[in-house]
Design a binder for this molecule. Sequence first.
Ligand code: SF4
Length: 668
Amino acid sequence: MGLQELVAHAFGPLGALAQCVEEFSPRSGQTAMSQAVAATMEEGGVLVVEAGTGVGKTFAYLVPALLSRERVLLSTATKTLQDQLFGRDIPRLVKALGIPVRTALLKGRSSYLCMHRMMGARESELTHNVTTQRDLSRVQTWSHSTRTGDIAELTQLDERSPVIPLITSTRENCLGARCPQIQSCHVNQARREAMAADVVVINHHLFFADLNIRESGVAELLPTVRSVVFDEAHQLNEIGVQFLSRQLSTQQLDNFARDLAQQGHKMALAHSGWPEMLAELVRSAAALRALCGGGQPAERISWFEEAPASIAGHEWHNAMSDIHTVLQQTDVVLRSMGELSAELQNLHERSSRLMAELDIFSHAVQPGAVRWLESGATQVRLVQSPLDIAQAMRARAIEPQADGGARKSWIFTSATLGHDATMAHFVASCGLEGAQVLQVQSPFDYLAQAVLFIPEKLPKPGDAGHSAAVAHLAGEGAAALGGRTLVLTTTLRAMREIAAALRQRFDTFSFIDVLLQGESPKRELTERFIRGVVPGKNGCILVGSVSFWEGIDVPGDALQLVVVDKLPFSPPGDPVVEARARQLELNGSSPFHHYHVPQAAIALKQGAGRLIRRETDRGILVVCDVRLTQMGYGRRILAALPAMRRITTHEQFTECLAALTRPSTTDH
Ligand code: SF4
């Protein structure tokens, strides 16, 4: 039996899923997607699938992947999603399908305990602190029992604990083959297990980090797999651009100086000119920070010529040349001492890499790239990144793997990949021209389940009083529903203003709790939001900005109202956005129509997607931006949303809220 037949049977009414997965029932969209995935896995090629909310896309690609009996690489957007796939979805399906499959989870090196660094961590000044000492003791106790060394297992350890950088490695400080702990190294163990597995679960960050520096094991893995599946593929371009970038920060220079000092102390190098060399390195890094306006509130400065926009060319040249001189001196000294210890050899490699990065930022920006300077309170960062991942995907991933042998299959999927059926924007940014594109509609009946309210009588976005009016409307809805409200804003400023107004309305004695992005980790806020409607508990309003527009899954009555403050256009001052717009202009296209509008349509579709998560969900989406109906481009953005029942007046809004509070009512 071919793969497509096997998959059709598994999803059929008498198949393994119907028999073993409790909530499973055959759905035409899911079956269609699984068949398309199976066909691509059999024949090779590139498939792009947008699968609306509720299609069941995870099973639609996992079942063919598992039944293919080929090596498959699965990549998703976050470590949490990786853990869900590896710890929940794959084991369920392996059991249901009854097939022996070796699976492995591979994360970046910062997720694993480094035995060598843990042993040296007691020497760090940071561990003089009582909390850090306590965390370190926990890690040491756990290190005896862990098999994987994945620090996500240590749930009592706060993800922001200062002990984490002390017990994990970076590419810079890992001793590699020279490490005395190499036999018990968890990073190496995870990579070995990945090489031996049939299905390997990675994340997009790791995929691109590896494509860039070929360090984390994916580069060796890629030639050996037959299929690669990217879930949450809408995040690929932004994550990829970030990881394909070249960077140099004053923090890197400071860390290098700190590690040099430690080694100098350990090897008693006080009389060898070591302290003077160190002082010079620290001074030149501080001079760069001062020149770039470090210590001021964070800002991004565009950089089109030889120097960043705010800095004179000769001053920039002098600062770069100062750092180059001291790094070169360090490099010469370390080269002569490298054989004395593995640590000194590692420092020598670091000085060479720092010089290579410095060289990039000492010359003018290359075509097809964007460069900027990020100046913050404690450090400055020089960044150069490609405008998109298209060239890297073609040249470093898809084309090299197409040489000889059976054709590989590449599958890209997400609930939101575009604002039209061609998904041209996504396809072009990822370099997937010629791919087969499939759009699988959500099985939800949005016309019956959801209402779209675009209030006519609200101040225009940008007018004073707009945020206050949004807060008033959200407060009114939340009061009627007993919380159950998510407010999505386009800026942090609007988020704070709206949250402050809502907190004034629902004070500490109120039955409604106002949760704000940033006050606790995202997962904790989401859990509190869901718990808020447990009988006897207070209801919640959750106010969030960009990171809350996606990745929030609140099925059922816990969420009934989503309020969006404005159309989510990309921030105009962002250097990458500016550079992409310039590029389009140079090619004779309109940046507004070919970049900003599609981006906003996709982002709004994602935000709106938070509302209806199940066939039985009902709710109201409020978009507080009249441009959606009054402007031509607004109507293009509106067309990308699922068709919902539209209301425009406040009276209709009140009626819909009342209908949602009547459990037996199906028509609102
Ligand atoms: S090889 Fe690198 S990551 Fe592994 S234990 Fe040694 S220093 Fe740590």
